[in-house]
Design a protein around this ligand. Structure first.
Ligand code: IPM
Ligand code: MG
Length: 357
């Protein structure tokens, strides 16, 4: 198979972890007899520095021409006081929107070797295996009206949480399809006791569910879900929610995995004529400026994102499994980075994964 991938390493540790992820990808492609063609593009703070905008046209062209895009992270502290529309993060929202990736899949699982790294009790988290499906192109992130208007005591900040039936339907269908290949359970998360947008969400999810009689559906209010995630994480299989709820709860999920450095993510849109699914793959963690450039960051979230790319965009399940198994081997061997209590560098961890594959 030919894999056309656009690489956007971005800012901070994004550069280091993407380098290791690409080494792993190249290795897998060689080993399994595929063909890889990569392009590299600017995104985030580095793109602001070099082109004046966080999501340059050249990046849009390269990413939309590729089958899938692999990203590192975006964000630099020097832009902290800039308005939202100029910040590096806007580059991420721009590329998500340009690619039309409406479903963000964030798998959260516990690893035996990391049970002690979580502040939660081992028996609570052992066996956790869920996928958070976060709607990625709607809600507060993109809704209008938005902005800051007026002045003095009447100065007002506004964002709008809004969803159409069609937006809810497509991400819901993706969740039910995903559940079919798993434990056949979907939990939909909302705040329907207060918000109309959530009432519509619950209505649409319930409607879509009638087409999936083999899948069990339950609904949880988002505040209760935040609590159940740490009280009883094993109850979850596929957990579906809107954009902002998913942003918040997926960071909470990181506690279950032992370190946010472990978490991969896959953002999926529609199917391409080539048969691949449009996909944007990135670790859940940010650019971590405090440790950037020190070869210290954990690349396993980025490497896991490569596995997700092989599986979801290209349907290469054996290749994905080989990467996931190698990651597990490395965790068991203890050759891990500082966030997991080890002394291995970013590139050491990458090399260990290569060897394990
Ligand atoms: C994430 C991040 C992004 C988001 C930021 C960097 C814009 O927190 O992917 O979870 O809020 O979506
Ligand atoms: Mg986030």
């Amino acid at each position: 198979m030919k894999l056309k991938i656009c690489l956007c390493p971005g800012d901070g540790i994004g550069v280091e972890v993407t380098r290791e992820a690409v080494r792993v990808l190249e290795h897998v492609v060689r080993k399994f007899g595929h063909d890889l063609e990569t392009s590299e593009a600017l995104l985030g703070g580095i793109a602001i520095h070099e082109t004046g905008t966080p999501f340059p046209e050249d990046t849009r062209v390269k990413a939309t021409a590729a089958d899938a895009t692999l990203m590192g992270a975006v964000g630099l502290p020097e832009f902290d006081n800039w308005p939202p529309e100029k910040r590096p993060e806007r580059g991420l929202l721009g590329i998500r929107n340009a690619l039309g990736v409406y479903a963000n899949l964030r798998p959260v699982r516990s690893y035996k070797a990391l049970l002690d790294k979580s502040p939660l009790k081992n028996d609570r988290i052992d066996g956790t295996d869920m996928v958070i499906v976060r709607e990625l192109l709607g809600g507060l992130y993109y809704g209008t009206p938005r902005g800051i208007t007026g002045s003095g005591p009447e100065q007002r900040g506004t964002n709008t949480m809004t969803y159409t039936r069609a937006e809810i339907e497509r991400v819901t269908r993706m969740s039910f399809e995903l559940a079919r290949g798993r434990r056949k359970k979907v939990t939909s998360v909302d705040k329907s006791n207060v918000l109309e947008v959530s009432q519509l969400w619950r209505m649409v999810v319930t409607d879509v569910a009638t087409g999936y009689p083999d899948i069990e559906l339950d609904h949880l209010l988002v505040d209760n879900c935040a609590m159940q995630l740490v009280l009883n994480p094993k109850r979850f299989d596929v957990v579906l929610m809107e954009n902002t709820f998913g942003d918040i709860l997926s960071d909470e999920g990181a506690v279950l995995a032992g370190s946010i450095g472990m978490l991969p993510s896959a953002s999926i849109g529609d199917k391409l004529p080539s048969g691949a699914w449009v996909g944007l793959y990135e670790p859940v963690h940010g650019s971590a400026p405090d440790i950037a450039g020190q070869n210290k960051a954990n690349p396993l979230g980025a490497i896991g994102s490569v596995a997700a790319m092989l599986e979801y965009s290209f349907g290469l399940k054996d290749e994905a499994a080989a990467v996931n198994r190698a990651m597990e081997d490395v965790l068991n061997s203890g050759r891990v980075s500082a966030d997991l209590g080890g002394t291995a560098s970013t590139s050491d961890v990458g090399t260990s994964v290569l060897e394990a594959i």
